[in-house]
Design a protein around this ligand. Structure first.
Ligand code: C2E
Ligand code: MG
Ligand code: MG
Ligand code: MG
Length: 288
């Protein structure tokens, strides 16, 4: 009985005083370790990109992909970006990492184009730190020039909060990026803090409907209404619209019915290594 009481006491303690638990220490230690390892990960070649296909619903063709970073940690195995992008932001490491992502994605996309998939484009996620970087526009221009990727084949995915941190500054940067000829997309659209009025002022090409709305469109009337409204908004503003996180045929039917242009999600394919994406490109047409 004494054992059981002690065990219960520990359990309760764990719930009430989170700061002092071994679990918290482990978390803090893991964080420190990841932070330390993150510094050398780039030099050690531990990052790689996976590519998730984007399917055009009108043609049924793969028209491009989103580049998503992965970290192959020597001991921890594959670490997801959710576990290190925030830390990379806080430490400033996002700048060299982001530059690597951009160059790698541009180089890879150009290779696919030269291999006969001329119309393939690639999307790259930009973080706040990168967006506020002084030489962002010129560094993107350099990456395009050095890799030979046509600017129209590069899409930058930006979040609402990223653009809203300093609206006037953002408008200037976006104008500079548009001048280069790259495409601009609002990622996770509908989840951030922004105003519809800015949609008019931001020179955006694509709205990307957040996965959290798409997930429940067939069971939650509100999510269904929000998704249909975003598609309608995009059409009226003459923007392209893509849904992320599409996992089921029912979701696909709904999106198609309301006129969504493209989809991305596990239903068609998860993010895959470059070689696998090239195999997907070689398929004549997709079964969607
Ligand atoms: P995101 O840009 O919104 O990327 C979409 C995320 O949804 C990816 O997670 C993708 O694997 C996941 N996903 C795609 N389809 C499905 C689906 O059908 N079901 C479910 N459950 N998930 C799906 P991932 O790769 O773990 O990336 C998470 C986030 O990390 C990204 O969200 C993005 O914000 C950030 N991230 C990833 N790579 C980079 C990068 O190179 N640079 C920066 N700055 N951020 C990145
Ligand atoms: Mg994205
Ligand atoms: Mg999302
Ligand atoms: Mg997204």
């Amino acid at each position: 009985h004494a054992d059981i009481a002690m065990y219960r006491g520990k359990q309760t303690g764990r719930n009430n005083f989170q700061f002092y638990t071994p679990a918290m220490n482990e978390q803090a230690l893991e964080r420190l370790r990841i932070e330390g390892d993150l510094r050398s990960a780039l030099d050690n070649g531990e990052f790689l990109l996976h590519y998730q296909p984007k399917v055009d619903l009108a043609s049924g063709e793969v028209v491009g992909c989103e580049a998503l970073i992965r970290w192959q940690h020597p001991q921890l195995g594959m670490v997801s970006p959710a576990r290190f992008i925030g830390l990379a932001e806080e430490t400033g490491l996002i700048l060299p990492i982001g530059a690597w992502v951009l160059r790698t994605a541009c180089t890879q996309c150009r290779q696919w184009q030269l291999a006969g998939h001329e119309d393939i484009s690639v999307s790259v996620n930009l973080s706040v730190g990168q967006f506020l970087q002084k030489d962002l526009v010129s560094s993107i221009a350099d990456a395009l020039e050095d890799t030979g990727l046509p600017p129209a084949s590069l899409e930058l995915e930006l979040t609402e909060s990223l653009m809203m941190t300093d609206v006037e500054h953002a408008i200037g940067i976006l104008a500079g990026l548009k001048e280069l000829g790259v495409r601009l997309s609002i990622d996770d659209f509908g989840t951030g803090y922004s105003s519809l009025a800015y949609l008019k002022r931001f020179p955006i090409d694509v709205l990307k409907i957040d996965r959290s709305f798409v997930r429940d469109i067939t069971i939650d009337a509100d999510d269904a209404a929000i998704t249909a409204s975003i598609i309608s908004l995009a059409r009226h503003l003459k923007l392209r619209v893509i849904a992320e996180g599409v996992e089921t045929d029912e979701q696909l039917d709904y999106l198609r019915h309301y006129g969504c242009d493209e989809i991305q999600g596990y239903l068609f394919s998860p993010p895959v290594p470059a070689e696998k994406f090239e195999q997907i490109l070689k398929q004549e047409r997709v079964s969607i």
